[in-house]
Design a protein around this ligand. Structure first.
Ligand code: DI6
Ligand code: FE
Length: 409
């Protein structure tokens, strides 16, 4: 479609997901190329736009939301951890498996052994499953290669997926996921290698949009994490943090000092972390599928986050260990019942707030003039249905960059 072609999407109801959670009944949208030109009540559609529209789509009274955003995934990996899940069902803990050389390292072995094509082929169906639910933007982390070559391979696969599927992908370097066998007992040296050698090279190759660290008692401590955050910020890269997932070692407070886009998991965070994130403008990314699959009982401090006014996003955390799932809608449903998000908070958490967690506010996540024309047409009577259904996908059609890429309105 040419860059300035107007299209009219009419006879709809729109949840814009802006700061006021605006809902517009009997609405219309006008797209210009890949951007939104106008959104509002159809009765108020400017006549000039109506006559210029080269295509008119009747949405039959359907609800429209921004394209969904999955702002935390590890979807590029090889193999599964089904055998470890079976062990966990018999009572072994995630941490015990990790300490005995399994866990993340099990997936590292499989991912290193996979060719780039095999890794792409393993990951593509997971991405396709996310997109079938109306996801139009996905963050993908590395972290199962843990050598320069294998981290680069993972990040290239993420870029290749973005070239083949109708999706925007943001890549995050998570080489600081665990200490690889080559650096066993030398975590400090490993962090410095990432910070001084791998990160600059991968950044120069255009493979890194952000940097993340697993800051945890089975990951990296705050001193080590800080060295990597500083290196990332020196290169002008935004940072994120796997924080307070299994214990509280001060990860969020550290990340906030480095202006982190988000701190993710947060099961063991408190009001103090909620305020630190609010003050730094970071987003709390909640990952209920990992909470569920790990049989966690310690919930993230949603009431404290709400009281502090901290932005909350929800993501799938798609990964082979703690969250082997490819449904953002299920994560959304779980965030309401398991964590206590309201339906309205939930919808914002997979659209506008998820965009902020990726530094993409003003680009995607809200239906407003100037934003990318990424939106979903839902087969629902109201948008509360998005967090209501358990494993039931009501996505009828998806528009990405102004073009219909799935279904028919
Ligand atoms: N926390 C998680 O939930 C994922 N990574 C992390 O740091 C799990 C990764 C895995 O178990 O493979
Ligand atoms: Fe994760």
């Amino acid at each position: 479609m040419s860059a300035d072609t107007l299209a009219l999407w009419r006879n709809a109801h729109v949840a814009t997901c802006d700061a006021h959670d605006t809902r517009i009944a009997n609405a219309a949208l006008v797209t210009r190329g890949d951007r939104i030109e106008w959104v509002g009540r159809e009765a108020e559609l400017p006549e000039g736009l109506r006559v210029q529209a080269r295509a008119v789509w009747d949405l039959g009274g359907a609800w429209v939301t921004p394209g969904l955003i999955d702002c935390h995934t590890h979807l590029v990996f090889a193999g599964t951890r089904a055998a470890e899940y079976a062990q966990r069902l018999r009572g072994l803990s995630y941490e015990a498996i990790a300490r005995s050389g399994g866990g993340i390292l099990t997936t590292v072995r499989a991912t290193r052994a996979a060719s780039e094509q095999q890794l792409f082929d393993a990951s593509a169906p997971r991405l396709a499953a996310l997109l079938a639910e109306g996801v139009t933007t996905v963050e993908v982390k590395s972290g199962y290669g843990l050598t320069l070559e294998d981290e680069a391979k993972m990040l290239r696969v993420a870029r290749e997926l973005a070239a083949v599927f109708p999706v925007r992908i943001r890549t995050t370097l998570l080489a600081a996921h665990t200490v690889p066998p080559e650096f066993s007992g030398r975590a400090d040296e490993y962090i410095d290698t990432i910070a001084q050698v791998w990160l600059p090279q991968l950044h120069a190759a255009g493979l890194v949009d952000a940097v993340d660290v697993f800051c945890e008692r089975i990951g990296f401590d705050t001193t080590q994490s800080e060295r990597l955050l500083r290196a990332a910020r020196t290169l002008g890269l935004p940072v994120k943090m796997h924080a307070e997932q299994l214990s509280n070692i001060g990860a969020t407070r550290l990340a906030a000092r480095y202006g982190a886009l988000s701190c993710d998991h947060l099961e063991y965070a408190s009001a103090e972390e909620a305020r630190a994130l609010k003050d730094s403008g970071g987003v709390a990314v909640l990952l209920p599928v990992a909470f569920y699959c790990l049989g966690e009982t310690h919930r993230p401090p949603v009431a404290e986050l709400r009281a502090a006014g901290t932005a909350m996003a929800v993501a799938s955390d798609c990964n082979p260990g703690s969250a082997p799932g490819t449904s953002l809608l299920l994560a959304l449903n779980m965030s309401t019942r398991l964590f206590g998000l309201t339906a309205e908070e939930g919808l914002a958490a997979v659209t506008a707030q998820a965009a902020r967690a990726l530094g993409l506010q003003g680009v995607v996540g809200v239906l407003a003039p100037g934003q990318c024309a990424d939106f979903v047409i839902w087969e629902v009577a109201g948008v509360e249905e998005l967090s209501y259904w358990v494993g039931h996908n009501r996505c009828r059609a998806v528009v990405r960059g102004g073009s219909l890429v799935r279904g028919s309105p």
